[in-house]
Structures are given as C-alpha cells and as structure tokens.
Design a protein. Structure first.
Length: 287
C-alpha cells in the first residue's frame, strides 16, 4: 500500500524528491521482506538449504540497509532543501563501509559484538536525521513538508529506545524490529494519504482557475465581437443572475430609463429580441 501510494503521489505532484520517496519505500520494503525471510529460514532448521537461503536473505538485508545508511540523510536533505556537505557524504560512506564490514564479520564469526556494532552505526543515522530536522524544521516553507518532518521526528524519537534495545539479543530483535518497521510504514501511509488528498485538491483548484480564465476570455471575445461596452457587459452579467431592470438600476445607481436604453443597445448589437436569446448567446462563456 505504501509503495502504491508513493508511486501515485509521485506521478501526481512531479516533485524531484517524490521519486526518491519511491526508492526509499521500496528499499524499506526490501529490508522488511529480507528480514522476515531470514527469520523463516532460521525456523527451517540447520539444513544446507535453509543455511543457503539464510545467507542469501542476509546478503540482501545487508545491501538494503547499507544503501539506506547513505540514502536516508541524502533524501532528508532533499526534502528540507538543505545542502548535503561533502564531509557529511564522506562520513556516511564511511558508516556504510563500517556497517557492511561488521555485518559480514557477524556472518563469518557469529559474534554478537559485530551485530551491536552494526546497529550502532545505523543508530547514528537515525540520531543525525532527527537532529537535522529539529534544527531546520522552522525554516521549511512548505507546510506539508514541515508537518511530515515533525511526524518523522516524533516517531524516530519514540522508536529509538526500542531500536537500541533490539541490540541486546536476537529474541528482542525479532520482537522489536517488526514493530519499528510497522510504525514507520503506518507513518508513511498516513503522510501519503494526506499528501495525495492535498494534491487532488490543488489539481482541482488549478483546473477550476483555468476554466474560469478560459470562460472570462471567451466572454471578452463575445463582447469585442459585438462591440459591447464595459457598462453594457456589466448589465449583461446582472441580467444573467436574474435581476430586473429596476434592480439593475438600483445596483448601478442609475435610472431605470438608462438601464432600458443600455438593454435596447445590447439587443440591437447582438440582434436578439429578448433576455433569453441574449443569455443563450453568452451561455458558452458561462460566467
């Protein structure tokens, strides 16, 4: 659902960073999917087939998380329109290398020290992201982006203790990591639903504005074609809303005879005999 909404929203808004949101959601799904299959492979027992599967899913998991370590800070900076300094790029590339190294050593040596190290490296990314969002949130002009960053901060701070606790044992990890992933997916789902609704509203407003401008332009062309003056067009508009000659005179602060003369001139220019024919002539403009 998250990925589908991200794709639909990205096609709607055509923002540069909306495409990277699709990449982020896809990678996050890859992490959850590979982690779930790792747990399933463990349940199969220590057979050759299950061990091979476990190695495959662990490799995919490591590659996805390594990508996220560099991508999350970069994506966050795109969203809030903050420059991504070179030293930060180098720092997160180094974190990627350290995480991948610790994860591979865990596969080879089966030592929880390397698991804790790998989780610590990813924790740095979460803490960094929250700190940057806190420091820059008030400078974000886009209201939706500002609300989204606030939500991410709250969820990340709430999930940080669970994430740190998941370093303790594999049992705790198997309990907490799915819960953390679920929270982030729900957060993304709510954000995408709201963002998609807002984009639909904006598209509708733009469409209505464009229709209004087109109709106004058409009315001007009709007026120009029949040499109708601005005052006469004003009277035509009042006729359209159903006012009588007396009401039009009161609205424009002119005499009824003046209104009658204007209407007679309009009928003569447009070669119509009554109000209905006049309104039918201007119906195409629909103002």
């Amino acid at each position: 659902m998250d990925l589908a909404l991200a794709i639909v929203w990205g096609r709607r808004v055509q923002l540069k960073w909306s495409k990277f949101l699709i990449v982020f959601v896809s990678t996050l799904l890859g992490v959850v999917f590979s982690y779930s299959l790792m747990q399933f492979s463990i349940l199969l027992g220590e057979t050759t087939f299950s061990l091979v599967l476990l190695l495959v899913w662990k490799t995919i998991f490591i590659l996805d998380v390594t990508f996220l370590i560099f991508f999350i800070p970069r994506f966050m900076n795109w969203v809030v329109a903050r420059p991504f300094p070179t030293w930060e790029k180098v720092f997160f590339v180094l974190l990627c290398v350290l995480f991948a190294t610790a994860s591979v050593l865990d596969i080879v040596l089966h030592d929880d020290v390397f698991v804790i190290a790998a989780y610590a490296f990813f924790t740095v990314v979460l803490v960094y992201t929250v700190i940057i969002m806190i420091s820059i949130r008030r400078n974000i002009e886009e209201k939706n982006v500002r609300h989204a960053t606030l939500t991410i901060m709250i969820v990340s701070l709430a999930m940080l203790p669970l994430f740190i606790s998941s370093m303790l044992t594999s049992t705790v990890r198997s309990l907490f990591l799915p819960l953390i992933a679920l929270c982030y997916f729900i957060m993304l789902l709510v954000f995408l639903f709201i963002a998609l609704a807002n984009s639909e509203h904006k598209i509708q407003m733009l469409s209505e504005t464009a229709d209004g401008e087109k109709k106004a332009e058409l009315a001007e062309k009709i007026a120009e074609r029949f040499h109708i003056t601005d005052r006469e067009m004003e009277i035509v508009r009042l006729i359209k809303i159903g006012l009588t000659n007396k009401e039009i005179a009161a609205r424009l602060s002119i005499s009824v005879n003046t209104v009658n003369n204007h209407i007679a001139n309009i009928f003569g220019k447009t070669n119509v005999r009554c109000r209905i024919d006049l309104l039918n002539l201007f119906e195409e403009a629909s103002w």
